[in-house]
Structures are given as C-alpha cells and as structure tokens.
Design a protein around this ligand. Structure first.
Ligand SMILES: [Zn+2]
Length: 455
C-alpha cells in the first residue's frame, strides 16, 4: 500500500493536469446545445476508466444523456464495490460573477476553481485515479470494482432509476461508494450514513364564492387566510413538537454508538446562528441542533398564497388561500403514511365555515446505513488514514433520492464519503475544491479498496 500512496504523491501533478481536461468539457446536462459536450465527456470518462484498468467499459445510451460503465472483476471471492458519480455539471450563469473562466481549472490559494471542480467531477475523478494507481503498482486490484458514472444527476437522474431497476445483475455489489457530499469541517474525514426523506403537501382553504368587501362582510364570514394561519399554527405545539397524530410513531431512535458519535462532533450553536444572522436557534425541545437537523422530523411552511399582495391597501376578504408545507422525514417514517395522516388531521382542524383541499405534491424515503456495516467501517478507516485524522460520522438534513434508489434496487449499503465543503460554491459562481481534499480523497479511495477487500 505504501507504494500506491507514494505513486499518488509522485503523480499528483499529472493528475491535476489530466483533471483540467475533464473540467474543460462543458458538460451542462440541462442545455440542448451542450449535447455534443455530454457525449465527449462520457467518452473522456470511459477512456479514463480504461486506463485505470477497467474492462468491459461502455457508454450506455439512455433516453437522455449516456451512462458510463466499467468493471474489473478479477478478484473472485472478494467483495464488489460499485462507485457512482456524475460527469454532468450545473450551468455557469451568472458568468460575470466568475473570477476565473468556469471551464478552465485555475489553482489559487490551495483551491481548484472551476465548474464541476467539486460537484462532481473532482469527487469522482478521485476514485478513478486511486484505482489507476493501485492497478499500476500491483497489476491487479484487491477487490472487484464497478464504476457507474451518469450524466443526468443535475437534472434529476430520471434515467438512472430505470437503469438500476433493469440491470440489477450487472450492478450487483456489496456496497455502493458515493463521493458527492461534504466534509463536516475542512480536513475532517467524514462518512455520512443518513439522509432525511420528504413529504410535500399543499393545502387550500376555500371560503366564499368570490372575494368580498371586508367592511360589508368581515366579521360574519370566515376569512380563508385567517383560517389557514390558525391551522398552520396548530401543526406544532409550544415545544416544537408536530401535532399530527401518529407522526412520530415510526421514528427510529438513535443507537448508543450514534449518540456517542454525534456528541463528539464539535458544533457551535452560536457560530451557526451568527452565520445565518439570527439571534438564536430554535426547534424541538429536548434535542440538540444536530439532532434537530439530522435525526428528527420537521414541518415547515414553504409558502403562503392568498389575498391582496400588491402595493398599498385593498380591503378584501379573500375567497381562498393556500399553503405549501413540507415535512422532512427520518427513518422509518413513510412519506405515503405521513401524507395520509397529515391530510386527515388538517381536515379535522378546519371549521365548517370553510372547505379544505389537500394535495400530496411529492415525497421521498429517508435513508440510513447501519454504522456497524463492514463497508462503512472500512471507509471510515480508509478516510482516517488518508486525512491523518479520525473520521467522523454524520447524517444529512437534506435528501438525495438516488441514494435511496441504489439502496433499494441493489440492496447494498451506500457509503457517502464526501470530500467537498458546504462553502465550495457548488451550483454557484466560483465553485472550488480543495487541492488537499483532492489528494487525500485519492488516497482515501485507495486505502478503501484494501480495507474493503478484507472486510
Ligand atoms: Zn450538483
């Protein structure tokens, strides 16, 4: 292994040069005019997989942008890891806010500036290079490897889900490795093992048949906005608990190990509040901020529509009002069940003076990988070795639908070994990725292959 690490150090400058080529292809998946670039980018990835020692490399057509696949299955009896990433990137506008050209990797102050530097070209290139280094030094690999790099992540991965479902045999593996999340803090190796799910609802309160004069009718007829506000206020109690019946029924409790891990994370409420320009944080009583963000479900009103919103005053009693309400869910809450409970409950809250319509807009399952899983442990050991610091375990407050899909379709644990930082400006001008993370990431991936092969 030392030789592999030495090889990565010796060749790191070449990797950076090669990476510039990857960056230079404007693989913006959302624009029709970049279709050609998407194809050349897929070719670039396929070539790199080949030179990393992958066999059966192919560019797979889909109804959208192609997928790139490559495998090396020369270690019978050893486990198989499927490495996922995406070669497509977000658009670059507003272009005038970029300090360096977005499709020219510019290295400055220890950062690589470019669109895709972090999300996700940088984070998947790391794995390609680690496999290449290992293969070059040893002429073989310690475990079986499959790569699946898609071109539609930034536009919803609509063809990947179908592909997973139809190719379970081809993609069969013992673990899925994804580097597309963030480090807990700069230089701190991080394994994320949980994501929240989502249940997104819309409610509409309907009052009189048309908008009314608030002088002639106000006080005698229910006002849909007032009723909507009352209803929203009832959804949480004074301790920040959500009042929907059975809402917490399926919420999984943290294990002892998780609790210890979470308590070990250095997190400052004051700093967090300051960054957001709020005087203090708030949330469900009895839980820390990280717990509120990662392991507890939430309910937020995302928008309210109704009445007169123009400049000046108009005395109107509106005929209708609506609100968009989202709930972040945690294992083992089911978005379908929650949507039903939500609908039943809000219907019970409105008075007879108004009508209510409830619509389920969209939902997604939460995800959790067991911390005791051998693949997760192998990743934590590998990342610790590469970063020369003990890896931390985190969960994320957000949702990554494709993770749930991998987990479900391939029935394998998903390792989220993110290497970026939340402050790397992904999807924004001046996206960047730390050169140190890039290098440590390649090493972490190489160490992982070996740790995983003995797991
Ligand atoms: Zn992205």
């Amino acid at each position: 292994m030392e030789k592999v690490i030495q090889h990565i150090d010796d060749n790191f400058n070449n990797y950076l040069e090669e990476f510039k080529e990857y960056i230079s292809i404007p693989s913006i998946s959302t624009f029709e005019e970049n279709k050609k670039d998407m194809i050349s980018c897929a070719k670039y990835v396929a070539d790199k997989l080949k030179s990393a020692g992958m066999e059966n490399t192919k560019i797979i057509k889909t109804d959208g942008h192609p997928l790139v696949y490559g495998e090396w299955l020369g270690a019978p009896g050893k486990p198989t890891v499927l490495i996922y990433g995406h070669y497509d990137v977000q658009p670059v506008d507003p272009i005038e806010e970029w300090k360096t050209p977005p499709f020219e990797a510019t290295i400055k102050n220890g950062q690589i500036y470019a669109r895709g530097a972090n999300d996700n070209k940088g984070q998947n290139f790391v794995h390609i290079k680690s496999v290449e280094a290992y293969h070059k030094i040893n002429g073989t690999l310690p475990c079986n490897i499959k790569f699946l790099i898609e071109g539609e992540e930034e536009i919803g991965s609509s063809n990947l889900g179908k592909f997973l479902k139809q190719n379970q045999k081809l993609l069969k593996c013992d673990a899925v490795m994804i580097s597309d999340t963030s480090l807990f803090a700069a230089g701190v190796p991080t394994i994320s093992y949980g994501l929240r799910g989502l249940c997104y609802m819309e409610i509409e309160i309907i009052g009189p048949k048309q908008d009314l004069h608030s002088g002639s009718f106000g006080g005698a007829v229910a006002n849909p906005i007032n009723e909507l506000a009352k209803l929203i206020a009832k959804l949480q109690d004074k301790n920040g608990k959500i009042t929907i019946p059975n809402f917490y029924k399926d919420v999984q409790k943290m294990t002892k190990k998780e609790k210890i891990n979470m308590n070990n994370l250095k997190f400052s409420d004051a700093k967090f509040a300051k960054e957001l320009s709020v005087k203090e944080l708030q949330g469900e009583k009895g839980f820390s901020t990280l717990e509120r963000l990662w392991i507890r479900p939430t309910l937020d009103c995302n928008g309210i529509i109704g009445g007169f919103t123009g400049k000046g005053a108009k005395t109107v009693l509106p005929a209708r009002a609506s609100a968009k309400i989202s709930m972040r869910l945690v294992p083992n809450q089911d978005p379908k069940t929650i949507a039903k409970e939500f609908a039943k409950y809000v219907k019970s809250l409105v008075p007879k003076s108004v009508k209510i319509n409830v619509t389920e807009l969209h939902g997604g399952l939460p995800f959790i990988a067991p911390l005791e899983d051998k693949a997760i442990e192998a990743a934590a050991i590998a990342a610790s070795k590469a970063f020369k610091k003990k890896a931390v375990f985190t969960r994320e407050g957000g949702s990554i639908p494709i993770v749930v899909e991998f987990n479900k379709q391939l029935n394998a644990p998903v390792i989220l070994m993110g290497l970026g930082l939340d402050t790397d400006n992904i999807h924004s001008p001046n996206e960047h990725f730390s050169v140190n993370s890039f290098k440590a990431g390649i090493k972490a991936s190489a160490y992982f292959l070996e740790e995983f092969s003995n797991a």
